[in-house]
Design a protein around this ligand. Structure first.
Ligand code: SAM
Length: 426
């Protein structure tokens, strides 16, 4: 979501005549986009913010603009007082961040024009110049905010209530991205399958997938993140039947124990999640499924953690994004529950799951088991092309051909826990 916001911001800055600078030292405006989902992300944002101070001391005309979840939708006075070298804070509306920063520079004529241009940008996102014709895979946010209020999660208070973008605007943006060379689109939302429930016409994510599938020149469509309670049969049918929609689902379980799930306010049980995974695998053969897990939620006992271990061991998910619980200001769990699993114990549980996950096929699949796969190549770095299979597995290939945006068949010659190496099939 932040990558999508940053790209939109970069394009509005360019529309105002700004150009990217190679180093922060050369910049007139620095916009720092921040994430605070866990304490570690917030610490990183604060660290980066602190590192900008010497630049400001050296060049008092430099405009430092802070945006993203550190500011949230409501603003954050405390931050501005604590970091006086920040010139502008922008609540989470990326298109207004740049104009605000520029007003500080006194470029108000440019800003007045750009405000108007930005209003048009909603449906017609222009990629930043250096990405036009080169960006293979792009994000389109379709649901902003979140109203689910999981006990541990700061996102609803930072990103505001859930609201879906109008259907025609999304379709228009997809066409615009494809015209600029994009081959793969990933639709984004905190609970992406709830798309349209707040709109009068009640469009669905399945309908969007169908319409995106019909766009000439677009090769792949993905979406994330799903919530177990909102994955309808229509959605699974769309993934199973539409050729451009990738067989890859991101659906977090977060914990395996029913009492912990209840305390997290997730709204499903271990059994319901297992049934969902069965339903997804039955309906979409060859699907890859990724999950998220939090270890060390307040009060999580060893037995309760073992439920998480067992469910991961049984279901053998393709990817598990693991996190150690981190209390976030203002959330239900931070206000009402003691963070009583020690840091060492959280780390032990985290490592146990990490080790378990490393053993799970297909990561450790013998090469001979892996069929040749279609790989969409996104960039060449250090002499190797980097791409992904439809199931979102990373593949590296050495080739002198220009493979950017191409989707050839690749024979896999090596598999590792996080990536594969292959060669172009004849
Ligand atoms: N909307 C998705 C969902 O259904 O949960 C993903 C939201 S969040 C950006 C990504 C992940 O961060 C979550 O799935 C969760 O595992 C993790 N996370 C969120 N809050 C956390 C917290 N307080 N401590 C540790 N991990 C957290």
């Amino acid at each position: 979501m932040n990558v999508a916001d940053s790209r939109r911001l970069a394009s509005s800055l360019e529309k105002m005549g700004f150009e990217p600078s190679a180093k922060p030292d050369d910049a007139d405006v620095i916009v720092l986009n921040t994430c605070v989902v866990r304490q570690s992300a917030e610490d990183k944002a604060i660290g980066r913010l602190s590192s900008l101070r010497p630049l400001k001391d050296k060049n008092p005309d430099l405009v430092i603009n802070l945006m993203g979840c550190l500011i949230g939708v409501r603003g954050n006075d405390k931050i501005q007082k604590k970091f006086p070298w920040v010139d502008v804070v922008s609540p989470l509306r990326p298109r207004t961040a740049a104009p605000t920063a520029l007003r500080r520079l006194g470029k108000s004529t440019a800003v007045a024009q750009t405000d108007k241009q930005n209003a048009l940008l909603d449906g017609d996102l222009i990629l930043p110049h250096h990405e036009q014709g080169k960006l293979v895979s792009a994000y389109i946010p379709i649901v902003y905010g979140c109203s689910h209020a999981c006990a541990y999660c700061i996102i609803p208070s930072k990103r505001g209530r859930e609201h879906s973008r109008p259907y025609p605007e999304i379709i228009e943006e997809a066409h615009s991205l494809v015209r600029q060379g994009v081959k793969e689109i990933t639709l984004l939302g905190q609970i992406v399958d709830r798309y349209g429930l707040d709109l009068p016409e009640k469009p669905t994510l399945a309908m969007l997938l169908q319409d995106l599938n019909d766009i000439d020149g677009l090769k792949r469509v993905r979406f994330l993140t799903s919530h177990p309670n909102w994955m309808t049969d229509d959605l699974l049918d769309a993934v199973a039947e539409l050729p451009k929609v990738c067989p890859h689902i991101e659906v977090p379980i977060q914990a395996g124990d029913d009492d912990i799930l209840k305390a997290m306010r997730r709204g499903y049980t271990n059994q319901a999640y297992r049934e969902l995974v069965g339903r997804i695998r039955d309906r979409i053969p060859g699907v890859s499924i990724a999950t998220d897990i939090i270890v060390g939620f307040p009060g999580e006992t060893e037995e309760q953690f073992q439920e998480t271990y067992k469910v991961l061991d049984d279901l053998r998910m393709d990817v598990a994004h693991l996190a150690r619980y981190s209390p976030r200001e203002g959330t239900t769990s931070a206000r009402n529950m003691e963070d009583n699993v020690t840091a060492e114990e959280k780390m032990r549980r985290f490592r146990l799951l990490e080790d378990l996950q490393e053993e799970i096929p297909p990561k450790s699949t013998p090469v001979t088991w892996v069929r040749p796969s279609l790989v969409l190549f996104e960039e060449k770095s250090r002499g190797r092309w980097r791409g992904r299979t439809t199931t979102n597995k990373l593949v590296f290939v050495e080739s002198d051909q220009d493979l950017l945006g191409e989707e050839p068949l690749v024979r896999i010659t090596w598999t590792g826990p996080w990536s594969m190496i292959g060669e172009l099939a004849d």
